[in-house]
Design a protein around this ligand. Sequence first.
Ligand code: NDP
Ligand code: 8X3
Length: 251
Amino acid sequence: MTNKVALITGATSGIGYATAFEFAKHGIHLILCGRRLERLETIQKDLSQLTDVHIINFDVRDKEATFKGIESLPEKFNKIDILINNAGNAHGLDPINEGSIDDWDAMMDINVKGLLYVSKAVIPGMTKRKSGHIINIGSSAGKEVYPKGNVYCGSKHAVLAITEGMRIDLNPYGIKVGAINPGLVETEFSKVRFKGDKIADSVYRGFKALQAEDVAEVIYFAVSRPPHVNIADVLMFCTAQANSTIVKKEN
Ligand code: NDP
Ligand code: 8X3
């Protein structure tokens, strides 16, 4: 894997950051994206001890900034072998009749349209070179709808459908496409979903949720398979979680 170039969106925390670290350990060169510049700079400094790191600071909702950032990559980083479409979050957990339109916009604009913008900027290089690997971070919420999950689940169902579409359309070019779909992972996810509310602290209480590193290991496993193997779809839970609504908790 040494000298391959990977672009990871949402690398400033959680699954994206853990994946950056996992890839760095294996010598994969990194392009790390996110909105929080300070964090990107700190991570770049830390991971540069392990591999070459370039950072791009943009909001995936901003089509122009997304294209500009990716089109202006320096020579060393402009042939992207691996794209990890990870940036995203849930915003709110409300019944559909009470949900906020701003939350709905955020989830569709970031989780779905942002993923498309980044993909649109990266795919032409892959089709030209007839090689590449795209992993979209979906969710168990992309396979099963749970109460009040409505629009977040809709956005992740869309990610899964787009993943399958990408795999079909990019098949003639020998490009691998797959989705990794975790259940509950202890990251900043719930802080974002509940807007820093205290509720966020209780989400992972009473059981051992997946850690970002657990997901990063599976992502690295997927990207490090031999050329003829494509991990198309992974659903992963912590042991305490049976499905979207059943989680065995200790008091
Ligand atoms: P975190 O909140 O820890 O990380 C989210 C990342 O996405 C951050 O790096 C954030 O960076 C980035 N991001 C969010 N919005 C934008 C934006 N508009 N533009 C650019 N970057 C953005 O959550 P996770 O690591 O848990 O989430 C990562 C992915 O995993 C998401 O797609 C999520 O839906 C999915 N997932 C999470 C699960 C969980 O339980 N935690 C389970 C299943 C899937 P910044 O704020 O700096 O822009
Ligand atoms: C994150 C997992 O169950 O909170 O995608 O939707 S869940």
